[in-house]
Design a protein around this ligand. Structure first.
Ligand code: FAD
Length: 462
């Protein structure tokens, strides 16, 4: 519980109208997409970087915990104020696109800008910001940087880190730091922006982001490959890519997901599909697009595809993407609670990883529908359990642990895009050895010696 004198000082810093400790605000800021709840003691809306700095100095001095927050769409609890204190919410004031520099193809934004707003602003001037998390209509660029968000276009265009050129951020002691430059090349000093990306609000509060933009490709077409089995589809993923295919997206849905989409939402998909790969190809001339589709079709068929279709108009393309976007909500037909993980493996390991995931699910007698960004090796694995049954929840967690162990053995990682937060913190020692975990702790200590920024996240020492 924050003492009234602290609330009063915070009001003096940012203005009365930007500090709330009423129940309605505390509840509204107690959630993220994990649907777990922790109420902060106060919600504070900084107006600018100077406010952030002053708030941090004050809180650091008084040991008041701070949880930075974008849109609260994170899947791993990063924006949950698990230790109380204040939630520092960026969406109200620090939400401006400051500049689109056409000559250098760069955007400068505040952290509370919603991803889609930047995509639209870039497209309005013929440029392109590719990272497109499925939460693009509400997640913020500050949250995207802090989680290193991926998206559907990562197979060709990469993820958030590939577009961050520079950051401004505030350390807990109030120091304003600049990391990176508006240059393509910059090798002077440590790569501090690289350290801050994916740091989940545990090291510093991001106050400004400089992002690379690229020219917008002129043509896009969608495709779908229908496979008799998951194994065939997973082989087709890495074999088609190593054969020269360069699709924007290569998204996977297994037969459980296809079944759920048909049953729950009535979406028309091939009846006998063991697995689907859908995605887009793009290019600046129609021939480039046709060439990409040709490689994909040849390679898919060589790897067992029973059908390969191309969407010839916007409506056909929409149908494919509606199916993919609804994969997650549809699978609740298999259980009231999904234990959702987003493992990532080297692409050549996808066939073996998926085989083992289903084996683990069978052993525990859980349905494990899988879908995701196969083109970049990132799969959403959903262990479906009855959320009201404590035993099932416990067994589900055990199954997840086995999946993580297997994934790490295959050279993969606990999370391709959702981060660690609180939900994956207990598994960090599967992926990192004590020396590596100690180094994470030392980095945290260097930025935040009093542990006021998002304590207890990412499995960092308390
Ligand atoms: C339906 C749905 C689909 C999704 N699809 C994808 C997807 O395709 N790809 C993907 O990668 N993710 C996806 N996500 C997860 C989520 O949207 C991303 O992790 C996103 O980047 C979080 O952004 P946010 O603004 O909601 O951040 P929040 O959830 O508010 O915060 C996330 C983390 O960032 C920190 N943070 C926020 N702002 C700052 C700041 N200014 N300074 C320092 N730290 C900060 C927070 O403390 C927290 O640790 C999805 C989520 C949902 C609900």
């Amino acid at each position: 519980m924050l003492e009234p004198k602290h609330i009063q000082t915070l009001k003096e810093i940012v203005g009365e109208e930007n500090v709330y400790s009423d129940k309605a605000h505390l509840i509204a800021y107690s959630y993220d997409a994990t649907r777990t709840r922790f109420e902060p003691d106060a919600v504070v809306f900084p107006r600018h970087e100077e406010d952030v700095s002053r708030i941090l100095v004050y809180c650091n001095h008084h040991g008041i915990v701070i949880t930075p927050r974008g849109a609260g769409s994170g899947f791993t609890g990063g924006a949950l104020p698990t230790a109380g204190g204040i939630t520092l919410a960026m969406e109200k004031h620090m939400n401006k696109i400051l500049e689109i520099d056409m000559e250098n193809m760069v955007a400068v934004v505040q952290p509370g800008v919603v991803n889609m707003e930047l995509q639209k602003a870039a497209e309005a001037v013929g440029l392109f910001y590719p990272p497109d998390p499925a939460s693009e209509e509400y997640s913020t660029l500050g949250g995207n940087v802090s989680e290193n968000a991926g998206g559907m276009r990562a197979a060709k265009y990469g993820i958030t880190k590939d577009y961050v050129m520079a950051l401004r951020a505030v350390r807990p002691n109030g120091d304003i730091i600049r990391a990176g430059k508006r240059t393509i090349k910059d090798v002077a000093g440590y790569n501090i922006a690289g350290v801050l990306i994916a740091s989940e609000g545990t090291l510093a509060v991001t106050t400004e982001i400089t992002l690379k933009l690229i020219p917008k490709p002129k043509f896009t077409k969608a495709y779908m490959g229908v496979f008799p089995s998951v194994d065939d589809a997973m082989n087709a993923v890495f074999k088609s890519l190593s054969a020269g295919a360069n699709p924007v997206a290569m998204e996977f849905m297994d037969s459980l997901v296809v079944h759920a989409l048909k049953e729950k939402l009535g979406i028309e998909l091939p009846e006998d599909a063991g697995a689907l790969l859908i995605g887009d190809v793009d290019g600046n001339v129609a021939e480039e697009v046709a060439f990409q589709l040709e490689i994909l079709e040849r390679s898919f068929r060589e790897n067992g595809a029973q059908d390969f279709t191309i969407a010839h108009n916007a409506q056909e393309r929409d149908t494919l993407w509606v199916a993919r976007r609804n994969a997650s909500p549809s699978i609740t037909i298999f259980g009231s609670k999904k234990l959702n993980e987003d493992i990532s493996v080297p692409r050549s390991m996808l066939p073996i990883a998926l085989k083992k995931i289903y084996e683990i699910g069978d052993r525990y007698d859980f349905k494990v529908p899988c879908f995701g960004h196969a083109g970049d090796g990132n799969i959403h694995v959903n262990v479906m359990v009855d959320g009201s049954d404590a035993k099932q929840l416990e067994l589900g967690e055990q199954a997840i642990e086995e999946i993580f162990e297997m994934v790490v053995e295959l050279g993969g990682t606990l999370s391709g895009e959702h981060g660690i937060g609180t939900s994956k913190a207990p598994f960090m020692s599967i992926a990192f050895n004590p020396a590596e975990l100690a180094l994470f702790g030392a980095i945290k200590e260097a930025f935040d010696p009093n542990n006021i920024l998002n304590p207890g996240k990412m499995g960092l020492p308390h």
